[in-house]
Each structure stands twice: as C-alpha cells, then as structure tokens.
Ligand binder design. Structure first.
Ligand SMILES: Cc1ncc(COP(=O)(O)O)c(C=O)c1O
Length: 389
C-alpha cells in the first residue's frame, strides 16, 4: 500500500470493513467499547493488547483519519484533536514544564500567539519570538531550557516562507523538537518531517475539511513523541468527535484535486492583483516578487490557496473593498470551497498590538483572500469590481 501515490492512499486507506460489507466507512458513534471478559479489560488497560476502550482515547473514525494523515505526511504516529488549537496546545504543553522555554517565529496565528504569550507563561514557560527567516536569530535564542522551536510556514496572514530544513538543522545538536504548523500547505504541498522537523501540527478545519463544515486538528510525529502527546490528550480530553473524524477522513479523499484548483486559482488571482494600480503589494509564495520564492519552490509543491495584498488606500480602502464584494464571503475562516476575504487587523490578529502586527507585516489595509474553488473568472470579476472606487 505504501508504494501507492498520495491520491490513492488518501482514498484507499480505510478502516477494516464490518460484517455488513459497507463500501463507505460508517460513523462509529460510540463513547465506549465492549471487553470480551475481565482478562481482556485488564490487558487493554495495561496496554498489553491493542484495541479501543473509550472514545476519548481512540475511535475507528479518528484512527482512519490519523492513519491517512500519517501516511500522507510520512509520520510514524499521530493523534486527532477537536480543533487546530487543541493540536497546537497539546503539541506545545506536552513537552514543557515550569522553567522551560520555547522559540517561535513571530508570525504565528493569533491564538497560538495567545498560548505562547499569555497562557504558557502562567505556568512559568517562557518564549522568545524570532524572525523566522533569520537563522542567526533562531540559534541565538536557544537557552539551556529551550525545549521546542515552533513555526508556521507559509505564515498567516503574511505568507512568509521559512526554511524548515535549515531551522531543523540548528536544533539537532541541542535536542530541541521542531514543531511545524502545516495548516496552510497541507500534506499535499509540504511534508515538514521529510525536511527534518519532528512534529507536524494541523488545523484540519481549513483545507483538509475544505468545505467549512467541521473543526478538527492533528499532531503527527514519531511513536515516542506521540506517546507523550497521547498521555496529555487522554487525561485532558481534547479528543476529536467520531463524526468529525468521519467527515475529515472523507475530506482527505479529495484533498489533492481540491488543492490543485485552490493553487491554480490563487496564482491567477495573485498575478491579476499585481497588475492593479490600487494595490501596493501582493504576497504569494510562487510569485517572482516573493522574497523567498526559490525556497517556496524547493519546499512546497505549489504556492497554496491564500493570497494576501495591501491596498494603497489603507484601512478605509480595505473596509470599502470588503463592503463592495458581492460573491466572495466575509468570514474569518480559510481553506473553504467558497472564496473568503478577511481583514486580519480587525479580526484574526486584533489581539496583537499594532506594533506586533507591523512586525509580522499586517498593515491596516492588508486583505487576506482564501481563494476557493469557484470559477476563477467569477472570483476575479468580484475582486475587480470591489477594487473600483
Ligand atoms: C495557521 C493556523 N493554525 C491554527 C489555526 C487554528 O485552527 P482551529 O480554528 O481549527 O482551532 C488556524 C485557524 O485559522 C490557523 O490559521
């Protein structure tokens, strides 16, 4: 099975059929599982035999979703979580104790920023932010208590691309884990573990679901690392619901075809925006003007489904643009089949100070477009009309 292509694995990896011979996997809506007898119960709890005990620990739908993701990411083991943030939190919290330290790229998602700057410090875990593109800063930030490097690439919403191999290289002699939030790229475009990272985290809510229906997340790594994360998850309970596991495993079946279209639509829109006189800057990893295009082309199979741009007219221009859109949705989600426009400064990144926003390239007039699967002509027509005075 492992020699088969990405698309095939995403479709054909499947939970063993029941005696009903169903073609499509059913939803295992059960909170617990039966033991054969007292000895079986004892052996399951003692982890002497494998099997399901309770859906906070494992469930066939979630296992299928995780098994697929592990295969697609090249990970040994994984765990599914109720949301992307549950994945981010347990992937960080499982490896730190009071006095420890985390180094992260400055441009992390808003809630990850809150975990690093507000929540973990309550337990005396400190952090240092670095410019993700500056290897000297990563190295200089290491202290004797540094346990993890955390990065997002491409980043939200600036679409900065950071060198996963080079960053991972720095940690090797220090025994520091490298954790990459691979939400924007998905396993179809980028595989951080193959590039040297230790942990891959996902918000499955985005492109993995792909239709804006469910929340979900995942942490993927070696068996040893996932054992630690599993301990945290079993006893704190951020488990994915079986229904969401079922939806997300089905979603993976179409990830490749969807991502191909997201990426081609996004590249076409990015090129269109570059030609618009009212636009001062367009950020897209596969544009010639992107500062790390060469790295993006080495590290990512395509440029992704997000485009960020800045309007010369700033905040007021940004608000006007959003209000003049007629088809494109105004929402804070991304990775949906429907194109979505977001104003990060007043929504997803509003908890950051203006100085912090500027440091990660979020200007008052920055607009993030999650480019959907509608026909590209309709997407461009809507954007073009909204750019007009
Ligand atoms: C890069 C990134 N990581 C994590 C998350 C959080 O995921 P969730 O909303 O599934 O908790 C998001 C949400 O937008 C995100 O963009």
């Amino acid at each position: 099975m492992n020699s088969k292509a990405f698309e095939t694995q995403a479709i054909r990896l499947q939970t063993e059929r029941s005696n009903h011979r169903e073609h499509s996997v059913p939803i295992y809506a059960t909170s617990s599982y039966l033991f054969d007898n007292a000895e079986h119960a004892r052996a399951l709890f003692a982890k002497e035999v494998e099997g399901n005990v309770y859906s906070r620990y494992s469930n066939p739908n979630n296992d299928e979703f995780v098994q697929k993701l592990c295969t697609l990411e090249g990970a040994e083991a994984g765990i599914a979580t109720a949301s992307g943030m549950a994945a981010m939190f347990i992937s960080l919290a499982s490896f730190v104790k009071a006095g420890d330290h985390i180094v992260a790229c400055r441009s992390v998602f808003g809630s990850t920023h809150q975990i690093l700057t507000q929540l973990l410090p309550r337990w005396n875990v400190s952090y240092t932010y670095v410019d993700g593109a500056n290897m000297d800063e990563w190295e200089a930030a290491i202290t004797p208590t540094t346990k993890m490097f955390f990065l997002e690439t491409p980043s939200n919403p600036g679409l900065n691309v950071f060198d996963i191999s080079a960053i991972s290289e720095i940690t090797h002699q220090h025994g520091i884990l490298v954790n990459v939030d691979n939400c924007f790229a998905t396993p179809y475009l980028q595989n951080p573990i193959a590039l040297g990272a230790d942990i891959v985290t996902h918000s499955a809510t985005k492109f993995i679901d792909g239709q804006g229906r469910t929340l979900g997340g995942a942490v993927l790594s070696s068996k040893e690392v996932i054992e630690e994360v599993m301990f945290m998850s079993r006893h704190t309970g951020p488990a994915m619901s079986p229904f969401n596991g079922w939806v997300l495993s089905k979603s993976l079946e179409t990830l490749a075809v969807r991502m191909d279209r997201h990426c081609s639509n996004a590249l076409t829109l990015a090129k269109f925006l570059e030609d618009q006189p009212v636009v001062s800057k367009v950020h897209y990893p596969y544009l010639d003007s992107h500062p790390n295009m060469d790295l993006a082309k080495r590290q990512m199979r395509q440029g992704g489904g997000l485009v960020t741009f800045e309007l010369k007219s700033g905040l007021e221009g940004g608000r006007k643009f959003l209000d003049q859109l007629s088809m494109i949705s105004l929402s804070s989600n991304l990775g949906d089949s429907r194109t979505i426009a977001t104003h990060p400064a007043s929504t997803t990144h509003s908890k950051l100070t203006e100085e912090e926003r500027n440091a990660v390239g979020i200007m008052p007039g920055t607009i993030r477009i999650s480019v959907g699967l509608e026909h590209i002509d309709d997407i461009i027509n809507d954007v073009e009309a909204a750019l007009k005075d």
